[in-house]
Design a protein around this ligand. Structure first.
Ligand SMILES: Nc1ncnc2c1ncn2[C@@H]1O[C@H](COP(=O)(O)OP(=O)(O)O)[C@@H](O)[C@H]1O
Ligand SMILES: [Mg+2]
Length: 215
């Protein structure tokens, strides 16, 4: 027990043996038929810095190295992954769950755009609903024998990143930034959020850092 214990365990962050209430558990269970070895989130506080591009390139690279790769597109209001891979089909489901679509080279992909009738239909839902969908992409989709799953996160430190960090067992995140003061200030917020939630930062990519003159 801590020296300063006032027995108010719900407002105390000290992990001691005498803690009375269990910590709230937000973790979401993976589908019974799924197997996912490593989960890596692609994060930045800011939009347009290249998260989706990096997610796609990492997935393609790891697939080429012989691993079975998946992408969970957690950007529900700005899904870019299906278009990056040229997929327009519809996700199929059965009584057991949803089956991700495969890219030409066999990357398993789940994105809200693979569930909408029209890819330009907007998703106009409140934060908790959107976060719930991301949780379902983890729990209700059958991720078959995946070595590496990359999660393309939306910008910001809102509902979706919070849900992903709390409910999915993430092995690490890769932060994407670009060399502008405004961007790095905001990206720092995402890095601090991850640190606060004890999510390991396994990489930092400074994108759009130079221009190669074509001449
Ligand atoms: N290094 C780069 N060079 C040229 N274009 C890039 C580079 N990185 C990203 N882009 C382009 O910038 C746009 C935004 O990238 P995207 O990956 O969609 O960002 P985010 O997912 O962070 O919003 C896309 O059109 C993408 O192709
Ligand atoms: Mg994106």
């Amino acid at each position: 027990m801590s020296e300063n214990c006032n027995e108010a365990c719900n407002t105390c962050s000290v992990e001691c043996e005498d803690r009375k209430e269990p910590k709230e558990d937000f973790s979401a269970k993976l589908h019974d038929f799924s197997s996912v070895k490593k989960v890596i989130g692609i994060v930045s506080g800011k939009g347009g810095v290249g998260k989706s591009l990096l997610t796609s390139m990492l997935a393609v690279t790891m697939q080429r190295r012989g691993h079975h790769v998946a992408i969970l597109d957690a950007d529900i209001t700005g899904p870019s992954i299906p278009m990056a891979f040229g997929i327009t089909g519809k996700v199929a489901g059965s009584e057991f769950g949803l089956y991700p679509l495969k890219s030409k080279t066999g990357i398993d992909i789940m994105s809200i755009n693979l569930l909408l009738d029209n890819e330009t239909d907007p998703v106009i839902w409140r934060g908790p609903i959107i976060a719930g969908v991301v949780k379902q992409f983890w729990s209700d989709v059958i991720w078959n024998d995946i070595d590496f799953m990359f999660i393309d996160l939306p910008p910001g430190t809102g509902d979706v990143p919070l849900t992903v960090f709390q409910s999915i067992k993430i092995d690490g995140i890769i932060i994407v930034t670009s060399p502008q003061e405004l961007v790095s200030m905001i990206v720092s917020k995402a890095a601090k959020m991850a640190a606060k939630m004890s999510i390991p930062i396994i990489g930092l990519v400074e994108n759009m850092a130079y221009y190669q003159c074509p001449d």
